[in-house]
Write a protein that binds this ligand. Sequence first.
Ligand code: 13P
Length: 284
Amino acid sequence: MPLENMKAMLSKAAAGKYAVGAFNILDYNSAKAVVQAAEGLLAPVIVQTSAKTVTFWGSRTLMGWMTELAASARVPVAVHLDHCKDLALIEECIEAGWTSVMIDASARPFEENLSLSRRVVEMARPRDVTVEAELGAIVGVEDDIHVKEQDSHLADPAQAVEFCAKVRPDCFAPAIGTAHGIYKGEPKIAYHILEKVAATTRVPIALHGGTGLSDDVFKRCIALGCAKVNISTQIKYAFIDGFVGYHNAHNTQYDPLKVIQAQFEEMKKGIAANIQLFGGAGQA
Ligand code: 13P
């Protein structure tokens, strides 16, 4: 199937009270693990790239892999640029064929965030590319974006309504207490903010910081309006553990394709478990 944007998949998910998994890839092997996990479960899926990964491989190389993987898949696949502060890189990804982008101007004052996010919507919408925008500041490290505990703050529901009315994003990422990276202790999720924001903005919500949340937290957030769940750190761990684990168990065997296959299986297993947990299986 050709790549598609997030619009239809997220509105269907929001209506059906399930979430589409959005998985941050690192290379061809991880992209293949995401698409094949979704394919095996007949689930729509979002392949996500961080700005750092795009810069590392180059947008054309990444898009070549993604187009080839999606073409042979029978499930809807969107390619989304995760947290990006750089409008030139957003433009480059749109040109290269990304079907969705995230503008992260959340570190800026409200009015600046609003106008930058609007500019991205103006760039993207005529090309049928969907846009995610963020309000508040999500704590933790997501590749090149570092938000310290003292600089993080939750989204303000009244500002969220104004922001969504003026920006009209296709997907909204309010900071609700989740964190990028590994949780230190139990996360305090502001369910009341999530509930209010989802009900008043009526925009599908993206749940960031998916790695390490409990099944109950996922279920509650999805029931309250999260239609997209982001997973990154878990894939980084599976990428390295799958590779190193195989080599440690077969340390006299220098057969790279077997190591790459073990890494693929490790990533695919975790991704498939997430898709099932978020309710995406059978929704393609
Ligand atoms: P984790 O790294 O905690 O899974 O968060 C992923 C994310 O939200 C990417 O934007």
